[in-house]
Design a protein. Sequence first.
Length: 300
Amino acid sequence: MASDTGRLADKYSLGTTEKQILFSVTGWFNAYSVDIQGRTHHIGRDPEPTLRELCSSIELWSPQSERAHQAMIEAGLFKSPKRDEKVYIAGRRCKWLPTEDCLTVIENLFKNHDDVYPPWATTEHSRPPTFRDGPELMSHRKGVMVAGESLKRLNDVTHNDYYPQGNLPQRPDLRIYGPDPEPIARVEVLTNHGNTGTWENKFTAWQSTDAGPTIWLFENRRGMVRFWNHLVRHGFIQLDNGMFGGEAQNWSSTRVNDRLERSRDGHHAYSSVDLCWTMPGMLAADRIDLHEWAKALNIK
């Protein structure tokens, strides 16, 4: 409603400059490519640019923008370490990570701007303009887009299904397809939240041998190790050598995947086909890295 938009604009002192900043952020969140210094940048292929670079790419940076940016951080529209909020995404610092309040403002301001709707969005997805998966924040959206952009570089992958709808007992964030009607694999992106019940439900639903392979993409190594240790600790699986001990940072996705494969091939209570990686690792990977990693799922 227009009155709602007006109230939000008044609450956060949103003038033209602030709205231009939010419009630029919305485009990046929704996977629109931007040209920065002669090179195309995309949320699924690149680290976050500075806010100046992002806004300048569509000619929306002005002399007032820096001051407006700082005011928006102080108002709680962008995350701040002063409030103990996480300001890193895919392993890099970002000074314009939108908060939940910010995304709510965006959804009110630009809901009728179909020029910023995500290319993959359909009428079955949630409300515009961000088409978020529930209370999805940018770290999660980043992971889904990184997975989609990376995996489509594999020869066997012909297309992606982002945030699949329909009658699914547990919905993954992404399904990747080849020429056959059934998906090659599903992708689930897990950021560092404490909703372990969701982990358990999804892992259990996809644990059967006929469920097909699952790719788990984690925000960082700490989240990856925490996930598998939780499943071992609570009896959902048994792994060769048990839980992952020591410092989480010492466990690369290669080492974790090796243990999963050994356990699956052995006599442990673990039979599902799983493969994992971290967002920074997948984002930095070249095509050869991706092909080597995907061999575990017989994907080329």
